[in-house]
Every structure is written in C-alpha cells, then in structure tokens.
Design a protein around this ligand. Structure first.
Ligand SMILES: C[S@@+](CC[C@H](N)C(=O)[O-])C[C@H]1O[C@@H](n2cnc3c(N)ncnc32)[C@H](O)[C@@H]1O
Length: 269
C-alpha cells in the first residue's frame, strides 16, 4: 500500500493545528458548496475526521468517512463512536469496497496533493456517486513549493525535490479537465491565492515544522542522507522567517456532477 507523504505519529495533532489557521478554514470552504440535510455524504481521505465533524455541525446526518491510515481511522472511529449515522472505513481510495452509486455527495479535501494515481482514484470515487450526485474537491497547488528565497541553493533544492516526488503539486489546476475527461458535467472551479505573512506566517512556520517532522522518513529518501534532509529543513524554516521571501499557495475549490446521460453522450462523440 502506498504511503502518505507526511505519515508520522503526530499527524493527527498537526491536522488539528492546521485547522486553526485561517488559510485552511473549513467553514468557509464548505460554505462554497451546496448541501442538503438528508444528503448521504462520503468524506474521502477523512483523516482524523475534522471535516466530518464540521458536516455534523452543519446538520448533515448520514456521513461515511474513509482513509488508509490505521491510526487516523481508529481516532475518527472513537471520535464518532456515539453517532450511529457516521461510519468510518479503512481502505485505499483506489479500491474502497464501498457500495456503488450510493452517495449524494463525495467530498475530498487536501488529498489529491498527496496521491500518485489520480485517475484511478477519481474513477473509483465517481463510481460511488448516485446519478445526479456531486463530487466536491478542495485542493492546494504549490503548497510548500510556492516559496522563493534569497538562498539560491535552497531554491535549487526545492526545484529538485519537487521534480523527484511522484506526487503532483500542481494537480488542482488539472482536476477540472480530468473530471471532464471522466464524463462529469456542470464542472465549476474557483482558485484563490493565499500569501503567508505576519501572524499567518508565524502559524505556517509551526505547521511546516510539523509537516517536515512527520515526513522525515518519507521525504528524506529524496536526499543523499538524513543529515542532508535535516539541513534542508533547517534552512527552509530559517528562510520562512525572512519577510522578503515569498510564500504562497493556490487553493482550488471544484465541484462536478455525475450524469449518466452526460457520460453516454461523451462516449458517443
Ligand atoms: C492532509 S490529510 C487531510 C485529511 C482530511 N481530509 C482533512 O481535511 O482534515 C490527507 C489524508 O488523505 C489520506 N490519504 C492519502 N492518500 C490516500 C489514499 N490513496 N487512500 C486513502 N486515504 C488516503 C491520508 O491518510 C490523510 O489522512
């Protein structure tokens, strides 16, 4: 099974911390989409269940969550153990084992920047949506890599790392076309650029430190040695403190509808 890029024992804490930074505000993100109280929703790549929790607070009742991490699935199961309308499953999104055509809405937040096989995962998720159901994607392009510093050796290391990683850190901008190629209709997308400055930057420095610590075992493989990785982390975190260095990320909010008629028409073209 493929490994999550920043798998570490404190990833649940990091996700909780990240959720408090305005850039990652769940309420605003979820308000961009249409919800009905009686929707049956799948939170795909649910992690520790922060999004599921927000959906419950919005009054949505029937929610399933799915993630491949044993640790986060165990945490989420415990978190929602008193709610019989919430089920948490452990599986890879490539082959979920969930019932086909059974969800009104599928939401997938901050997952596609971590995966290496988007078409397989989209195909699986689409198969789980009812006819006329929707898929909602929240995704960051350029997260971590949207950085330009006065340290040109570090800039080069960042370009090198991005080119070596199998994940696509610019997948957000490609998702609308990808969904169209898979026969989805009524595709809507929006993108917003976030700059990390002042207090937001302070919080992102802590978030990045946690990310780099959680990712040490996975990310260090792309460096000559662990000490090279540690040096890279030290330099990155140090450069984050310089207000003249630019750090930004682009958040994509994408929605699309599954239409059996649309699919048939696209196949007949
Ligand atoms: C950055 S976390 C986001 C968690 C959650 N969506 C949230 O917004 O708090 C990404 C999650 O996607 C999960 N994930 C990544 N690739 C996956 C895959 N192929 N199958 C299942 N889960 C996956 C990871 O285990 C991780 O919990």
């Amino acid at each position: 099974m493929k490994k999550y890029l920043i798998e570490g024992t404190h990833e649940i804490d990091r996700l909780a911390f990240q959720n408090k930074i305005d850039v990652y505000d769940l309420k605003t993100e979820l308000a961009s989409f249409n919800w009905k109280f009686d929707d049956k929703v799948l939170d795909a790549g649910c992690g520790s269940g922060n999004l599921t929790q927000e959906l419950i607070q919005m009054g949505i009742q029937k929610i399933d969550g799915i993630d491949m991490s044993s640790e986060r699935v165990a945490f989420a199961r415990e978190r929602f153990s008193s709610n019989k309308n919430v089920n948490i499953y452990k599986a890879n999104l490539e082959a979920t084992g969930l019932e086909k055509s059974s969800y009104d809405k599928i939401i997938c937040r901050y997952v596609f920047e971590h995966i290496t096989e988007p078409i397989e995962i989209f195909s699986e998720l689409i198969s789980l949506i009812k006819d006329k159901g929707k898929i909602y994607i929240i995704n960051f392009d350029d997260i971590f890599f949207g950085f330009y510093t006065k340290n040109h050796v570090l800039n080069k290391k960042l370009i090198h790392l991005k080119s070596k990683l199998p994940q696509d850190f610019e997948i957000g901008r490609k998702i609308p076309q990808l969904l169209a190629s898979l026969g989805l209709v009524d595709i809507k997308w929006n993108a917003e650029t976030y700059f990390f400055k002042e207090q937001r930057l302070e919080l992102e420095i802590t978030n990045t430190k946690m990310r780099l610590e959680q990712g040490r075992s996975t990310l260090s493989k792309y460096f000559d040695s662990l000490s090279d990785y540690d040096k890279f982390c030290e330099e990155y975190l140090e450069e984050m403190k310089d207000p003249n260095n630019v750090l930004y990320a682009n958040k994509f909010l994408i929605s699309a509808e599954k239409s059996l008629i649309g699919k048939i028409l696209s196949l007949s073209k």
